[in-house]
Write a protein that binds this ligand. Structure first.
Ligand code: HEM
Length: 538
């Protein structure tokens, strides 16, 4: 028969079944035993010694000893916020992604970051900013892991360790923190001239944003969208801030770096707490999906190239509002794990060789950073779609999986085919034709043009923006110890523009080199220097 008395279950005592850590009115051990005293170790008499048997002492100290987890290898310093994305429906013709259907609202978490500094570094340094968005869609999580600069330093992910080794502090002195003012950075970008485009964006006012709320965001890579009919287009993602694009001046950035190193983090938090919710519009540039994967002569697989907005308009597809600050920085902002492979049906990758390598890198690093393979079970990473996977066990497993047959199909637990109709909502890889070509370690020839878009950027700047760029190159290069490196970078500037080169060379007190390639013939873009533009949908 049933026992007369039994221990009540967690549910009966009111203890929630999910981990919380702050249930009940009393302080307890990690195992739930109530504690009378957490201020004194257990001693053999008031004068000691301290007893090894004091489990509470050892648990408290042990847990503290392990409080820090490795910081991100890049983008270590960041700030996050929760929000909502509302779709306009304007993307329905080109993608079947459910979260882009008209009126659909999706929860999001966004993490902004600097790239090179450590977790404790200052916010206002000259650097690229990360702009990573997790859309918790009902078809699975979509991570748009972008930056505030639309191009990247390198064209192939195999060079990522190299550019980051060059950009991080010198291995011998561990300086400078988070700035591009050093020999290895300039050594790299002058030797790898594909990096010159990203670098000029960094040297422009885009490298010192006023606020996370006034930054654009870019998916950088070209993605492939697929609609209900299975038709595909190529697309680039853009975030446009409602407040417009604004930067600090260099002098402001320096002062604020000293007065308030948490400036951007504080600004984001304070704005949201004050109800001044930051907003962005998500837009897409859409290109025909041709076998060449080019548009207006621009190779869409080259992540060091933009497609100017006057050649392909950015079409607004929805609006993001950040309206809630994190409750706990570590639990949310620190433990969030983004991944380019988190794609909903309707959005697929392309063969951009930078994108392809990223698909491997993020999960690989997160296995260490977040202590094993089960980090999708951490609350901030949990999908808002139902999960039914065959992944089992491993460090920090929180799920208590039922059944005996973690494989499909099986004849013991049930085969679980999709119910009729639901298969339509599954992810389908676009069956792109793969070229019949020899295996090579090489880039397409179109990747070799390293200067035209850098010159395009320079010529698109207003006079005051040009002055800022000249000053930034002069200041940052002035910090280099090796003259040969400054001279090599001046050579790149000569290939971009004679005025830019001459002004920086004069500032550095060095000779002005002649270009080694003909100056590219480009038409300046008006869009690049437009700041504080009107919000299109207001
Ligand atoms: C982290 C953007 C290229 C490896 C990040 C983050 C962003 C980002 C925004 C921070 C995510 C967060 O807030 O947690 C980009 C962009 C790239 C790019 C826009 C180029 C278009 C690469 C490449 C690699 C790479 C080529 C490696 C092959 C990493 C790693 C992290 C990271 C390892 C740390 C992830 C973590 O610890 O959770 N990236 N990245 N990234 N990125 Fe990239």
């Amino acid at each position: 028969g049933a026992p007369q008395t039994r221990t009540p279950t967690g549910a009966e005592t009111g203890a929630p079944t999910t981990a919380n850590g702050q249930q009940g009115a009393y302080l307890t051990t990690a195992n739930g035993a109530r504690l009378r005293d957490t201020d004194h170790s257990l001693k053999a008499g008031p004068r000691g010694p301290v007893l090894l048997q004091d489990h509470h002492l050892r648990e408290k100290i042990t847990h503290f000893d392990h409080e820090r987890i490795p910081e991100r290898v890049v983008h270590a310093r960041g700030a996050g916020a929760h929000g909502v994305f509302t779709a306009y429906g304007t993307a329905e013709a080109v993608t079947r992604a459910g979260f882009l259907k008209k009126g659909r609202e999706t929860d999001v978490f966004v993490r902004f970051s600097t790239v090179l500094g450590s977790r404790g570094s200052a916010d206002t340094v000259r650097d690229t900013r990360g702009f990573a968005t997790k859309f918790y869609t009902d078809e699975g999580t979509f991570d748009l892991v972008g930056n505030n600069i639309p191009v990247f330093f390198i064209q192939d992910a195999i060079k990522f360790p190299d550019i980051i080794h060059a950009g991080k502090p010198h291995p011998d002195r561990e300086i400078p923190q988070a700035q591009s003012a050093h020999d290895t950075f300039w050594d790299f970008v002058s030797l790898h001239t594909e990096a010159q485009h990203h670098t000029i964006w960094n040297m422009s006012d885009r490298g010192i944003p006023r606020s996370y709320r006034t930054m654009e965001g870019f998916g950088v890579h070209t993605f492939r969208l697929v609609n209900e009919a299975g038709e595909t287009v190529l697309a680039k993602f853009h975030w446009k801030p409602k407040l417009g694009v604004h930067s600090l001046t260099w002098e402001e950035a320096q002062l604020i770096g000293g007065i308030d190193p948490d400036f951007h983090r504080r600004d984001l938090y304070d704005a949201i707490e004050a109800g001044a919710y930051p907003e962005w519009e998500l837009g897409i540039q859409v290109f025909p999906d041709t076998p060449e994967e080019t548009f207006a002569g621009i190779d869409l697989l080259d992540p060091t190239k933009i497609v100017p907005e006057e050649l392909a308009e950015v079409q607004p597809v929805g609006r993001l509002v950040l309206n809630r600050t994190p409750t706990n920085f570590f639990a949310e902002t620190e433990q969030v794990a983004f991944h380019l492979g988190h794609l909903p049906p309707g959005i697929d990758v392309t063969n951009d060789p930078l994108l392809q390598g990223r698909l491997f890198s993020y999960v690989d690093t997160q296995l260490t950073r977040l202590g094993g393979p089960n980090f999708t079970q951490i609350p901030i990473n949990r999908p808002h779609a139902a999960v039914n996977d065959m992944l089992r066990d491993g460090f920090h497993q929180h799920a208590v999986h039922a059944g005996v047959a973690p494989y499909r199909p099986n004849s013991l637990d049930g085969g679980n085919p999709f119910p009729a109709g639901d298969a339509e909502r599954a992810f389908v890889d676009v069956p792109v034709t793969v070229a019949q070509a020899p295996k090579v370690r090489a880039n397409p020839a179109s990747f070799d043009d390293h200067y035209s878009q850098v010159r395009l950027f320079w010529l698109s700047m207003s006079p005051v923006e040009k002055q800022h760029i000249i000053r930034a190159y002069t200041f940052e290069l002035g910090k280099c110890y090796h003259q040969a490196i400054k001279e090599r970078q001046l050579q790149s500037l000569a290939n971009i523009d004679p005025v830019l080169c001459e002004q920086v060379a004069t500032g550095l007190g060095l000779p002005v080199p002649q270009p080694t390639v003909p100056l590219p013939d480009v038409t300046p873009s008006p869009a690049l220097s437009q700041v504080g533009r009107e919000w299109p949908s207001d």
